[in-house]
Design a protein around this ligand. Structure first.
Ligand code: PHE
Length: 352
């Protein structure tokens, strides 16, 4: 508050000094001292200052007001006589400077960093792949044949332009699973040099879907794991996701997997985590004690084949969860409209 007052004083004084004529000076007066002038509005805020500081701030506000009023009077005289001299001394150059406001990482970026850290601890490597991608990587190689109705669930943005004869249309990645195919192709390049395939991938990326309402934003983030090796089983999947849930939500949380369907995993699951409010007993928020977190499953042999990996030799698991979703769940944030996350509203963002 003090800084703002001093800043208003300095700005007002320099404006007054530069005022070109009496009319201009009158405008400046209104801008600071008018009914909705800067200083008038700030003075109204004094009620919010803690009582023990209120007197001091009030006195400063009065000083600032007097200084501005004096300067205006003086400048009026000066303008009548067209000189600028005396007023210059009125700006107190010894006042401390104003610190520029400090920013910080967006809360979603903070969550991404934290999630990455958790997976990196157990040997996952974070990767990035194109977010403007070919249909082949986002659907076809993930075992969605052309025209398959399940594609509709992904509400995809397609990009106008010519289709590639092999890779199809271009699109904005509707999920991070396209990274699975890219990762397996990359691993094959090293396998062909004589190394075995051994993947522990974490792909965190922007995803885009044709959806915008209070619980959906057209752009959101997913984090995808892919593990490929010999003898990988469901217990590895369960272990990793359990480790993640405990690290991110708290050691007392439990996970469970439920049968589900995805084209690119077999078997497929949805993963639930015990509710943090009732600890799994059941409450208003979760109803039955569990909160749904996201998809997972054992990589479908067709997907391995299409990426050039021998399903007889290798097996793997994958999972894909929403960053915004896990973040909301953990913070217990009840945001009325999820679009607020990306609306650049400082009052909201500054809280994190
Ligand atoms: N890609 C799926 C989705 O967007 C999530 C998923 C990823 C499911 C990996 C299984 C395995 O819903």
């Amino acid at each position: 508050m003090e800084e703002e007052l001093i800043s208003i004083k300095n700005t007002a004084l320099s404006f007054i000094l530069e005022a070109e004529d009496l009319k201009n000076l009158e405008e400046i007066k209104l801008q600071f001292l008018g009914k909705s002038g800067k200083l008038t509005l700030l003075i109204k805020e004094i009620t919010k200052v803690p009582p023990e500081k209120r007197k001091e701030v009030g006195m400063l506000a009065n000083e600032v007001k007097d200084a501005i009023e004096d300067a205006i009077k003086l400048r009026q005289e000066n303008l009548k006589h067209k000189t600028k001299t005396v007023l210059r001394q009125k700006i107190d150059v010894t006042n401390p400077g104003i610190l520029p406001p400090l920013g910080h990482e967006h809360l979603v970026t903070q969550a991404i960093e934290e999630i990455s850290g958790i997976f990196e601890k157990i040997g996952f490597t974070r990767v990035t792949y194109p977010e403007v991608e070919w249909d082949w990587f986002a659907f076809e190689a993930l075992n969605f044949p052309q025209g398959h109705p399940a594609r509709d669930d992904w509400e995809t943005f397609f990009i106008k332009g010519e289709k590639d004869p092999q890779k199809g249309a271009m699109l904005l990645t509707p999920h991070t699973s396209s990274g699975q195919i890219r990762e397996m192709q990359k691993a094959l390049i090293t396998e062909n040099k004589g190394e075995e395939v051994s993947i522990r991938m974490l792909n965190v990326a922007k995803c885009y879907r044709r959806q915008s309402d209070i619980s959906h934003t057209p752009m959101f983030h997913q984090f995808e794991t892919l593990v490929i090796d010999k003898n990988i089983s469901i217990s590895h999947l369960k272990g990793v996701l359990d480790y993640f849930a405990k690290s991110y939500f708290g050691q007392n949380r439990k996970t469970r997997i439920r049968p589900y369907h995805f084209q690119f995993t077999e078997p497929s699951f949805e993963v639930d985590v015990t509710c943090g409010v009732c600890n799994g007993k059941g409450c208003k928020l979760c109803k039955e004690g569990w909160l749904e977190m996201g998809g997972a499953g054992m990589v479908h042999p067709n997907v391995l084949k299409m990426s050039g990996i021998d399903p007889e030799k290798y097996r793997g698991f994958a999972s894909g969860w929403g960053v915004e979703r896990v973040l909301m769940m953990r913070e217990g944030l009840e945001i009325d409209d999820l679009r607020l996350l990306y609306s650049n509203n400082l009052d909201f963002l500054e809280q994190f």
